[in-house]
Design a binder for this molecule. Sequence first.
Ligand code: SAH
Length: 353
Amino acid sequence: MHSLISQLIENPDEKTLVELLNAEGALKDELISVAANKRETGVGKHTNLRGLIELSNVCSKDCYYCGIRKSNKEVERYTLTDEEVMEAAQFAYENGFGYVVIQGGELNSHRFIRRVDKLVLAIKAIGRQKMGITLSLGEQKEETYRRWKEFGVNRYLLRIEASDRKLFEQIHPVDAHHDFDVRRESLDRIKRAGILCGTGVMIGLPGQTLNHLAQDLLFMKNLPIDMCGMGPYLEQHDTPLFDRKDELWDRRTRFDVSLNMIAMLRIMMPHINIAAATAMETIVPEGRRMAIQAGGNVVMPNITPSCYKQKYNLYDNKAGFNDRATLAFEKMKGEVEDAGSHLRLFTQEDGVE
Ligand code: SAH
């Protein structure tokens, strides 16, 4: 085995990580094949299925990279009705999805929190208390996370976006609503509330170096996290960060580094869930298959009613814009099989993991 990979398994340090993030050719092939072995022994050969429901693109935040940021006047705002959420959850349950993921812009009002309570209860009923729920609704107070846990939430995804404070502050406004310490602290709140905690970063941000990404990997290992969703940064033309597009790595490089990140994290954390994210597929058509082969073990077909999908435009040219839920699901099945894996479908006997 290449000495850098042994070092990665035994005791990864920043220098080793930076070298491996650059891996190409034979070294990259070995990295990916070691990651594939760790995937199989750590979490099995199958791939987990989550149905992604994009609840709303209304957001109180103004993150410089994100297409649904509050100040973007070009987006038509929407919020799914209860019936639309229930229909999607029913689709998930009937098709053997073990989980739904409710994602949306960040809101903190009592009204919003109570609506989420209600949705969680209703989805739990649809799933006969057995279908799991992941939320991805931004930073909240600890009491809110605890409350949602009591209502039945199993997991929460909150990407740190960039674990380096300076970089974080370059891609967000610095004010009371966008505070690195609060985002960091929110991950601890989720864990203290007893919810399985996921985080992740964007890869290839303007101003980001391989050292930043190496530190991101160490950040996730040290937390430690239960799951990770990370993928390439993609430009969105109505956002402030678009002005820095000339500084970016080309898209293929962002993809290649993302693939190395997935493989490396899999080797560092063999037992966690790692998503093969949509952003990968946006750059390379077979990107999701490649992410699964490099260690990803979770796919999240978008089951939001298709008329809303193009309004949840976090970045330009998001893959699967026009797909209906059934098509998104079928496509995903094919990609997982092409990767030599299979979807783990949920049956009545299964419980939430
Ligand atoms: N409000 C939730 C969910 C945000 S959207 C929260 O705060 O966690 C989900 C993720 O999309 C974000 O965490 C971010 O990492 C990613 N994202 C947003 N804009 C992006 C872009 N331009 N390119 C790539 N990923 C982006």
